[in-house]
Design a binder for this molecule. Structure first.
Ligand code: ATP
Ligand code: MG
Length: 246
């Protein structure tokens, strides 16, 4: 089966600075991949590369078999950026309507799509408030709802669980798992180990490199540790030893 996301030997950076080296990943339909790594390690840069918002310095990025950016493919992606891009002077509902319309959600499905996506993030009671009066967490939740409102085949979520309490986090994961079972492919970044443990695949990025890649179970076995945090620490030490030797 064709990969939904295929990244091969990606080198990426800004100007002359190299942020990511030799990054490769393959994500099949319905799989959930979590990117984890320290702040500044290049997670968002990888997300932007997959979206086609940054052309690779080297290597290739394909989504649904197509080199990005591609308008047709973009319309199939539910995207949540790390920084909320919302209209403060509009209500939550108006924001959802705006982005749904932009992405081509048919008028007759609008109400149902908005109710569904707002419900996933518990925003139904707040839809008629102005977004400028939302808390930080509410804005994150609205951004997630916007990513869901178009019924996408691929979800790309940059830190979807920041500012979200444990109960709602579980509810969101339940929905992500449901979507993945229905065939939706999901790429997300997180700092939270509980999120990472729930993904089908993990990719740990550190100092511009992928230092560990595989299912949570595989990685625990490979590094012979009891939790994902320790995989990261051990893989980091291996990387440091290798970099010191060079
Ligand atoms: N527009 C830009 N111009 C120049 N450098 C950038 C730009 N965006 C990011 N960088 C640099 O690229 C590196 C990786 O940044 P990136 O945002 O991808 O990290 P991240 O892993 O997403 O971090 P965080 O967990 O804090 O979101 C950092 O050193 C950052 O300073
Ligand atoms: Mg980031």
């Amino acid at each position: 089966m064709e990969n939904t996301i295929l990244v091969k030997d990606l080198q990426q950076g800004y100007g002359k600075t190299i942020v990511l080296k030799d990054i490769s990943l393959a994500l099949k339909q319905g799989e959930i991949l979590a990117l984890i790594g320290p702040s500044g390690s290049g997670k968002s840069t990888l997300i932007k590369s997959v979206m086609g918002m940054k052309l690779p310095q080297k290597g290739t990025v394909k989504v649904l078999g197509t080199t990005m950016p591609n308008r047709k493919i973009l319309s199939k992606i539910g995207f949540m950026a790390q920084n909320d891009a919302l209209y403060g002077q509009l209500t939550g509902k108006e924001n959802l309507e705006f982005f749904a319309e932009l992405q081509g959600v048919p008028k007759k499905e609008m109400a149902k799509s908005i109710t569904y996506s707002a419900n996933v993030v518990n925003l139904l009671p707040h839809l008629n408030k102005y977004v400028k009066d939302y808390s930080g967490g509410m804005k994150r939740r609205l951004s997630l709802a916007i990513a869901l409102v178009t019924n996408p085949t691929l979800l790309i979520l940059d830190e979807p669980t920041v500012g979200i309490d444990p109960e709602l986090r579980q509810q969101i994961w339940k929905e992500l798992n449901k979507l993945s079972k229905a065939g939706v492919t999901i790429l997300l970044t997180t700092h939270v180990m509980e999120d990472a443990e729930q993904a089908d695949q993990l990719m740990m990025i550190r100092k511009g490199e992928s230092i560990a890649q595989g299912s949570p179970k595989q990685l625990l076995k490979q590094f012979d540790v009891a939790n994902i945090e320790d995989v990261f620490i051990k893989a980091g030490r291996v990387q440091d030893a290798r970099l010191d030797n060079n």
